[in-house]
Write a protein that binds this ligand. Structure first.
Ligand code: PMP
Length: 366
């Protein structure tokens, strides 16, 4: 049988495996930070209508610049982000992973480097590898906050072309204070003109505010967002960014023409018509997240402060054994490879109860 490594693949891909959490068929799946609530029926109806309309024109390519969708996303950001943005400030792609890929294709690439502060969202490093961008793993403190002095030193030493700041951070859950983001932005600009990408995939779940207002006067700052979490539409594959219009122009140098299908654009537009209902679920999930934090602590686990729709808990001498024991009780959580810690996504109250029952039992065994 021919294996990947028998093919003339790029050296940096040899011996590697594809990214992805296990998709196991178990009763309670709390491992990929999805929204547990299916889309409400009126929205399903609206999607059907919009897609039916779009289907009539599928002989044609879609709007290559997704103008209507970007306009509606800009309205959503203006309404919720405390900072006015227009169509020219927003770009959309198939999930924020593709947004990040386009940003690295534009601002990273061979001979260039990107830095992230780990543990963080591991796709940043993988997309760097896929785009030929060198990866630098920056430090964090023991409590998973960013060690600002060490981060500033790393930026001064490596002079990266791209700096990733994930807030709230995945998998740890904690938000990065705006002062830290600003300090890192200044350090990055002092080292060399570079792009700072703030990944706000989970911002709607935060106790704090979006960093969108920081965009004013900072063309080297980008905020990336997604409809996969708060909008409960992970299956849609719609991510977007907000930035200076020049950034939006720049990523168009690398985007594939017609990258966002007419079906995707129609579905996302329907979802944006139902923003208020969808954000109602966010409030429920925030309450459940806070309950998970409180109950996990009451059981005796350590929990990292969470501003996201998931919670990092531990500590375990062997996180993988604990993961398996929780799975044996029908609950799938995530082992991100952070030694001693696991991550659980906030589900419905019933799913969270099942999870809490499982970890209560596991606590007695470990
Ligand atoms: N950023 C972060 C921090 C994430 O956790 C995720 C999803 N797990 C993404 C980006 C990508 O999400 P999507 O491609 O679904 O928008």
């Amino acid at each position: 049988m021919t294996r990947i490594d028998d093919l003339p693949v790029r050296d940096e891909l040899r011996g590697k495996s594809p990214y992805g959490a296990p998709q196991l068929d178990v009763p309670v799946r709390l491992n990929t930070n999805e929204n547990p609530y299916p889309l409400p029926e009126p929205l399903v109806e609206r999607i059907t209508e919009r897609v039916r309309e779009a289907a009539r024109d599928l002989n044609r390519y879609p709007d290559r610049d997704a103008v209507q969708l970007r306009t509606e996303l800009a309205k959503y950001l203006t309404k919720t982000g405390g900072h006015p943005l227009g169509t020219e400030n927003v770009w959309a792609a198939n999930g924020s992973n593709e947004v990040i890929q386009q940003l690295l294709q534009t601002f990273g690439g061979p001979g260039r480097t990107a830095i992230g502060f780990e543990p963080s969202y591991s796709m940043h490093a993988l997309i760097a590898r896929g785009t030929g961008t060198g990866w630098i793993s920056g430090p964090r403190n023991e409590d998973f906050t960013i060690d600002l002095a060490a981060a500033e030193r790393a930026i001064a030493e490596h002079k990266p072309d791209v700096v990733f700041i994930t807030t709230p951070n995945n998998p740890t859950g904690n938000a990065v204070p705006p002062e830290t983001v600003l300090a890192l932005f200044e350090a990055a600009q002092a080292a060399k003109p570079s792009m700072v990408i703030v990944d706000e995939a989970y911002i709607e779940f935060s106790h704090g505010h979006s960093l969108l207002p920081l965009l004013a006067g900072r063309p080297n700052l980008v905020v990336s967002r997604t409809m996969s979490k708060a909008f409960g539409a992970a299956g849609l594959r719609l991510g977007y960014l907000a930035a200076d219009p020049a950034v939006v122009d720049a990523v168009q140098l690398v985007r594939l023409p017609y990258h966002l299908s007419a079906i995707t654009q129609a579905t996302a537009l329907a979802a944006l018509e139902h923003t208020d209902t969808l954000l109602g679920y966010v409030e429920q999930l925030k309450a459940e997240r806070d309950r998970l934090v409180a109950e996990l602590r009451a059981i005796g686990y350590e929990v990292t402060e969470s501003d996201a729709n998931f919670v990092q808990f531990g500590r375990f001498t062997d996180a993988h054994t604990a993961w398996q024991k929780i799975l044996d009780r029908g609950v799938l959580v995530r082992d991100n490879g952070v030694p001693g810690w696991l991550r659980v996504s906030a589900g419905t109250p019933q799913e969270n109860d099942a999870f809490l029952d499982a970890v209560r039992e596991v606590k007695k065994e470990l």
